[in-house]
Write a protein that binds this ligand. Structure first.
Ligand SMILES: [Zn+2]
Length: 160
């Protein structure tokens, strides 16, 4: 029996959830690539505090902070989704639930849909949006995008 917590198995499930997306992206491979960079393929997935979401930061949210304090300023899980983004797609999510990969996966998938809906239709644009918040802004994390593209291509090559 497969282990449902295992990173590549979660990528497979996420890919299945996203198979109705019509853009030309293999989402299983993309989740594998993003998770590869974000958590070393599911190895280091503890919460990471981002100062930009904390007091005085540009993304500070007083409501989320009142509820969860600095736990609201962290990214979570194999794909290190920001808590603020998780809360945007599912208002009742808690930091505790985001520590559970089986809760984090559907929320991560939901956020992925939102990124695609906003017009990121390629591996490059989605990686940009995943890391810097948007593929349209002036922040282009070149090294991050290159790492994701490389892992994505490797994963596709293994599959076929
Ligand atoms: Zn904080």
């Amino acid at each position: 029996m497969t282990n449902p917590w295992e990173f590549s198995e979660l990528c497979r499930m996420g890919g299945l959830m996203l198979r109705d997306e019509t853009v030309d992206v293999d989402f299983e491979a993309l989740l594998y690539a993003i998770g590869g960079v974000e958590s070393r393929f599911g190895t280091f997935y503890g919460p990471r505090h981002e100062n930009a979401y904390c007091r005085g930061g540009r993304y500070y949210d007083s409501e989320l902070t009142r509820k969860h304090n600095c736990m609201a300023h962290c990214s979570y899980g194999y794909w290190q989704i920001m808590f603020a983004n998780a809360a945007a797609v599912r208002g009742r999510i808690t930091p505790e639930l985001m520590l559970d990969p089986l809760h984090a996966l559907p929320i991560t998938v939901h956020w992925m849909r939102r990124v695609v809906k906003r017009g990121a239709h390629s591996v490059r644009d989605i990686a940009d949006a995943w890391n810097s918040g948007s593929h349209r802004d002036s922040i282009v994390p070149v090294a991050y995008i290159e790492k994701v593209e490389k892992l994505y291509k490797e994963r596709i090559d293994v599959q076929f």
